[in-house]
Design a protein around this ligand. Structure first.
Ligand SMILES: C[S@@+](CC[C@H](N)C(=O)[O-])C[C@H]1O[C@@H](n2cnc3c(N)ncnc32)[C@H](O)[C@@H]1O
Length: 248
């Protein structure tokens, strides 16, 4: 039997007709099935595996839809996790905490790469809401590594020296709390260049906090709003920016 991936590859060789409902629904169904396979049993795909989907015009709408249904925002890849683990290890942090962790996948994969991260989130009822209205009744998957904690409680009770936060809720800025938490030496935000995650204020440059894009990680990230073209690659909108407390 021909696999969904092979069928998607075959579709890719054919022109994409935006007006053909049957063609686009076939591509969307195949994309969804391939993505389920790529992430099955908490598998971590490579950048190339995801790029193949995002640059296939037949698969793109299915990719966006799958991210909405499964509440995925940044899609972690093997390369991005390896680079982020190296970055965190080199800085010698001892208490890394993720806030608003959603499914818990980032912390899970980092722990697998040898960097212990405590994942926290307000809980599945809250995560459920972060999708299109038609998908809000679909169940969310929150892994057992996630502690159900409001981000403020996570900062005060876990005393982190480094905080990770991916896709802060739209137009909510948690960074004043991060900056005022005395234990926090650095926080890393994963965010969408054109979007509303964290609002605008979260990314303003401040003299007391040195901002630096972690390009070694960004190069390997794929976000739920990314798109791509065969032969040109993925247009990546997801950023990884570290904010480090300036030494007095
Ligand atoms: C846009 S989602 C991002 C999820 C995850 N970080 C990711 O990138 O896949 C925002 C997350 O923030 C969580 N959240 C919202 N308000 C929160 C709060 N007050 N304290 C902790 N988590 C919260 C939601 O449950 C949701 O998981």
């Amino acid at each position: 039997m021909i696999s969904a991936l092979d069928r998607l590859r075959a579709l890719r060789t054919r022109p994409y007709n935006f007006l053909s409902r049957s063609q686009s629904s076939e591509g969307a169904q195949l994309a969804s099935s391939v993505l389920d396979d790529l992430f099955r049993d908490r598998r971590l795909p490579s950048f190339a595996e995801l790029a193949e989907i995002v640059t296939n015009p037949h698969a793109l709408s299915g990719f966006h839809d799958w991210c909405q249904r499964t509440r995925r925002f940044t899609l972690w890849t093997r390369e991005a996790i390896d680079e982020l683990a190296t970055y965190l290890r080199e800085r010698g942090f001892t208490r890394v905490v993720e806030i608003g962790a959603g499914r818990g996948d980032l912390a899970w994969y980092l722990s697998g790469a040898g960097v212990d991260v405590v994942a926290t989130d307000a809980g599945p009822r809250m995560l459920e809401a972060f999708t299109l209205p038609q998908y809000r009744s679909l169940p969310v998957e929150m892994w057992e590594n996630v502690r159900w904690l409001d981000w403020r409680a996570a900062l005060s009770s876990l005393d982190p020296d480094c905080v990770l936060c991916s896709w802060m809720p739209p137009d909510e800025d948690w960074t004043p709390g991060l900056r005022s938490a005395e234990s926090v030496k650095e926080f890393v935000l994963f965010w969408e260049l054109r979007g509303t995650t964290g609002g605008k204020s979260a990314f303003q440059r401040r003299t007391e906090w040195l901002a630096r894009d972690i390009v070694t990680v960004e190069d390997w990230l794929i976000g739920r709003t990314d798109e791509g073209v065969v032969g040109f690659g993925v247009t990546q909108y997801t950023k990884a920016t570290a904010f480090r407390r300036a030494e007095p």
